[in-house]
Design a protein around this ligand. Structure first.
Ligand code: TA6
Length: 279
């Protein structure tokens, strides 16, 4: 696997061509992302941490050969281009349907993944080009692993009241101005207008070009689940939280691209506690 680096005004972002996965992003001197000390880098499994791209399914699916969370995070992407402007440094990766993806999913597609590093933000954008004759049904999500000092001491704001609890299998609605994490959490929020905050540190905006609303998943494995993950340290749950904007097929809705259509999902993570810069 090859790792590429982009830099903009002292900020650095590292992206692996395995999964086109961002594995590090330092903005104004501070690492934003969690990467497990037990992460595996031999391409035998997804990399635990950073920003895995989830596509074309979230979780388990009805497609018999499809791995959990899809094949994008375990595919080798091609470096497509890089570009420097006054406002950002960008790198773009490409993944095209091939004989291997066809064994899991019959569709013809091209994906472009753009990573833009700005002075105070990281932007990721997934372009989905449908090259099939019919509609292309899909889900996509950015599985952001944020690094935190102490997960029981953070507040996540801006999420809606209603969510699907993956642990109980039920819809729940607990009114909370902020989500505090003090146990295992695995929630899928719906109809999020998606401006979520992590403490006063980060603001996460997400947009889908075909719909005003997007989903957001909140995950922390806590004590017992951590022990079951062999590429994750037993106490590393304290140091991370996943806040994952995406476009998911909740409530039997079907997200799809029409033939020759381009669907576009973008997130911008802004560092909000930025220090005054003298650059
Ligand atoms: O996004 C939350 C989730 O789907 C959880 O249910 C949890 O399993 C997590 O992703 C990690 O999945 P992974 O396949 O990377 O171990």
């Amino acid at each position: 696997m090859d790792v590429y680096s982009i830099e903009f005004k002292n900020n650095t972002c590292k992206i692996s061509d395995f999964g086109a996965q961002i594995i590090s992003c330092i903005i104004q001197g501070e690492e934003m992302l969690f990467l497990s000390k037990k992460a595996v880098f031999d391409c035998s499994k997804p990399i635990r941490g950073g920003i895995p791209i989830i596509f074309p399914v979230f979780g388990d699916s009805k497609y018999p050969n499809m791995p959990k969370h899809g094949f994008a995070r375990t595919s080798k992407w091609i470096l497509h281009s890089s570009n420097l402007t006054d406002d950002y440094q960008e790198i773009t990766f490409k993944l095209e349907s091939n004989t291997e993806t066809k064994t899991m999913w019959k569709y013809d597609f091209i994906l472009y993944y753009h990573v833009r590093l700005r002075i105070d933000s990281l932007e990721t954008n997934l372009e989905i080009h449908n090259k099939s004759e019919g509609i292309l049904p899909f889900e996509c999500l950015f599985h952001n692993y944020f690094g935190v000092h102490d997960v029981s001491n953070i507040e996540i704001g801006g999420l809606p009241i209603h969510y699907y609890n993956q642990l109980t299998g039920r819809m729940e609605d607990k009114f909370r101005l902020t989500n505090i994490i003090d146990e295992e959490v695995d929630k899928i929020f719906d109809e999020s207008t998606m401006c979520v905050t992590l403490d006063t540190k980060y603001m996460i905006h997400a947009y889908y070009n075909k719909n005003m609303h997007v989903n957001c998943v909140l995950w922390n494995p806590w004590v017992e689940k951590s022990k079951l993950l062999n590429d994750f340290g037993d106490t590393e749950y304290k140091k991370m939280v996943c806040i994952e904007p995406g476009v998911l097929n909740t409530h039997n809705k079907l997200t799809y691209c029409k033939p020759d259509e381009v669907c576009n999902f973008t997130q911008i993570i802004i560092k909000t506690d930025r220090k005054v810069s003298h650059i």
